[in-house]
Design a protein around this ligand. Structure first.
Ligand SMILES: Nc1ncnc2c1ncn2[C@@H]1O[C@H](COP(=O)(O)OP(=O)(O)OP(=O)(O)O)[C@@H](O)[C@H]1O
Length: 210
């Protein structure tokens, strides 16, 4: 696990708090993620990881409540909640023709840390490889100014070197902005590298992994 970060913002940023959330067969579950911290979520294929993320993003019906600081999901319009509690799904969706059309201000995006030139803003979505789509979905999410991140296997389509680059880029942003982050990963070594805490779905329950 990563060492603690004494320079983390602790008072102005918001924790993500999950209270008695139940979705599908998953039993009601409680956990919270402090600002700037990463909790890894693992579990067998089909155990409900993506469903839980979708519930936290207010995309799937669920029991219980989710809080971001003093703001609760059930009293926040869904589109506002999703802008703050930003889900980056394993399969990103793109609706316009070019990359730049999906970004609030393409000229202000720092493309380089993920290996792109600014010209990528003019690229057609149809030409993107799966790894390019994945990295650009992360850049897009960050460009919209979230306050918490829900990452569904964010490096699944990337080679080892690019995976490390994306991990470092994400961790720096997460720490700097104080985003509480839930990060789905099947890779135990990645969990060790990026996560402060580790939750695992086992059957119908969610348990902390020591
Ligand atoms: N809206 C839904 N209604 C009913 N069942 C669903 C719904 N969405 C997903 N499921 C089912 O719930 C189970 C968990 O799906 P989910 O996508 O959350 O798995 P996962 O843990 O993310 O798996 P993987 O690691 O393979 O991505 C699957 O059996 C899936 O078919």
């Amino acid at each position: 696990m990563t060492a603690s970060h004494p320079d983390l913002p602790t008072d102005t940023e918001a924790a993500l708090r999950v209270v008695q959330v139940a979705v599908g067969p998953l039993q009601p579950t409680d956990f919270s993620i402090a600002p700037g911290r990463v909790t890894a979520l693992s579990g067998p294929s089909g155990s409900g990881k993506s469903r839980l993320l979708r519930a936290l993003a207010d995309l799937d019906a669920h029991d219980g409540e989710v809080w971001l600081g003093p703001t609760c999901q059930s009293r926040t319009p869904a589109h506002q909640w999703r802008r703050r509690v930003m889900l980056v799904p394993a399969d990103s969706q793109w609706w316009a023709d070019t990359v730049g059309e999906h970004l609030p201000d393409p000229a202000r995006v720092d493309w380089a840390p993920l290996g792109f030139e600014p010209a990528v803003a003019d690229w057609q979505i149809s030409r993107l490889s799966s790894g390019e789509r994945q990295r650009l979905a992360l850049l897009r999410a960050v460009a919209h100014g979230p306050q918490a991140l829900l990452l569904d296997e964010p490096t699944a389509n990337l080679d080892a070197e690019t995976t490390r680059q994306v991990e470092q880029w994400l961790l720096e942003l997460i720490r700097t902005h104080g985003w509480p982050t839930l990060w789905v990963s099947h890779d135990r070594a990645q969990v060790e590298r990026v996560a402060d805490h580790h939750l695992r779905i086992d059957g119908h329950t969610l348990a902390e992994v020591a």
